[in-house]
Design a protein around this ligand. Structure first.
Ligand code: UTP
Length: 311
C-alpha cells in the first residue's frame, strides 16, 4: 500500500485511438486520363459501387466514425455519393425494391462525412496539412483513395491498435520487386521490440526515402496508402520543403519526425492490394471482386473461363 504521504495517483487514461479517417482526393489522376478528365478516379465503379465507397467501408469497419475528404476542383461529386437521395429513395420504395433502397442508403450510414478543399495541388503532405483544423490534437488515419486491401482484411485495425500503443507513426508496407522501388517511399527497418507484443509482420522503421534509385534503396519495403499519424505531423509538414517532383511529400514530413525521435513502425501487408489508380490494377480489381460478389460471381466466372478459352 502507498504510504500516507504519497501523492494521489492520477487516474490512468488510455491513450487516444484515432477516430478520424482523412482521405486526400484532390489530385489530377493523370495515370488514368482521359477517363479522369471529368470523372474523379475515386468514383470509377468497381462492380457496382465507386472505389471511394470501398475505402469508406474499410475505415468504418476499422471503427473510424468520421471521414474528412480533401477535395479540389471538379471533385465535389464525390461528396454527393455519401448524401441521401430522398427522390430516388421514394421511387425505389414505391416499387418495393428494398435491396436497391438499402444499397443507396448505405453510403450515408457509414460515417460522418466532412470536406475541405486543397486550393493548389502541391503534394500529398500539403493535402494532409489541410486536415489540421478538423482532427485537432488527436491521432488520425490517412487512406489513399486509389488502393485498398481485401475488404475483410484487418490491416487498418491492426495499424490503429499499434499506433494507440506507441503514440507514433504507423505505416503499411508492401514488398515490391526491384524495378518498382523508384515509384514508392521506401523504408529501412529492423525487427520491432518484442515487448510490443505485435505480430511478426511488424517492424521498427529507422529511415524513409521517397522514390529512391534501386542502388540507393535500403530495402524493398514500399510505403502503401495507409498511415496512422500523430497530430505532430502538421507541424512537421509546415517545416517540410518541396521534395521529389517539387511537391511537399508526406514521406519527408514523416522522416523529419522520425529523425526527431518519434517512434515509427510498419505493418507488412502480405494480402491482396487492389490498385485502382491505373488501368491495369483497376481492371484486376474489377475482375477479382466481380468473381467474389454474391449473385454475380458464379455466372461471371463461367463467362470469363469461356472467354479465356476462346469461346
Ligand atoms: P498520386 O500521387 O496518386 O496522384 O496521389 P494522383 O493525382 O491521384 O494520380 P496520378 O499519379 O496523377 O495518376 C496520391 C493521393 O494523394 C492525393 C491524390 O488525390 C491521391 O489520392 N493528392 C496528391 C492530393 O490530394 N493532393 C495533392 O496535391 C497530391
Amino acid at each position: 500500500m502507498a504510504p500516507d504521504s504519497a501523492p494521489p495517483r492520477a487516474p490512468q487514461r488510455a491513450p487516444d485511438r484515432a477516430t478520424c479517417a482523412v482521405i486526400p482526393a484532390a489530385g489530377f489522376a493523370t495515370r488514368f486520363l482521359p477517363a479522369t478528365k471529368t470523372v474523379p478516379k475515386e468514383l470509377l465503379p468497381v462492380v457496382d459501387r465507386p472505389v471511394l465507397q470501398y475505402i469508406v467501408e474499410e475505415s468504418a469497419a476499422a471503427g473510424l466514425s468520421s471521414v474528412l475528404l480533401i477535395t479540389g476542383r471538379g471533385k465535389t461529386s464525390m461528396v454527393d455519393h455519401f448524401d441521401r437521395r430522398p427522390d430516388l429513395e421514394a421511387v425505389l420504395a414505391a416499387k418495393g425494391d428494398q435491396a436497391r433502397l438499402d444499397a443507396i442508403r448505405r453510403p450515408s450510414e457509414l460515417a460522418d462525412i466532412y470536406t475541405v478543399r486543397q486550393p493548389e495541388m502541391l503534394g500529398l503532405g500539403h493535402a494532409v496539412g489541410y486536415a489540421e483544423a478538423h482532427v485537432g490534437g488527436a491521432p488520425f488515419a490517412v487512406l489513399l483513395p486509389d488502393e485498398f486491401p481485401e475488404p475483410s482484411d484487418p490491416l487498418l485495425s491492426r495499424m490503429l491498435s499499434l499506433q494507440q500503443h506507441t503514440g507514433g507513426i504507423v505505416l503499411a508496407f508492401l514488398e515490391v520487386p526491384d524495378d518498382q522501388v523508384n515509384r514508392y517511399g521506401i523504408g529501412s527497418v529492423e525487427p520491432a521490440d518484442p515487448a510490443l507484443g505485435a505480430p511478426k509482420s511488424t517492424v521498427r522503421v529507422t529511415g524513409l526515402v521517397e522514390k529512391p534509385a534501386l542502388a540507393d534503396a535500403p530495402s524493398n519495403l514500399a510505403v502503401i496508402g495507409r498511415y496512422v499519424l500523430p497530430s505532430g505531423i502538421f507541424d512537421a509538414i509546415r517545416r517540410t520543403k518541396p521534395g521529389s517532383g517539387g511537391e511537399i511529400q508526406l514521406t519527408d514530413a514523416m522522416a523529419l519526425l522520425l529523425a526527431e525521435g518519434t517512434p515509427v513502425h510498419g505493418v507488412i501487408h502480405r494480402g491482396v492490394r487492389y490498385d485502382t489508380g491505373v488501368p491495369l490494377g483497376y481492371l484486376q480489381a474489377v475482375v477479382q471482386l466481380a468473381c467474389q460478389r454474391d449473385g454475380l460471381g458464379p455466372e461471371f466466372k463461367r463467362w470469363l473461363a469461356g472467354f479465356l478459352a476462346g469461346d
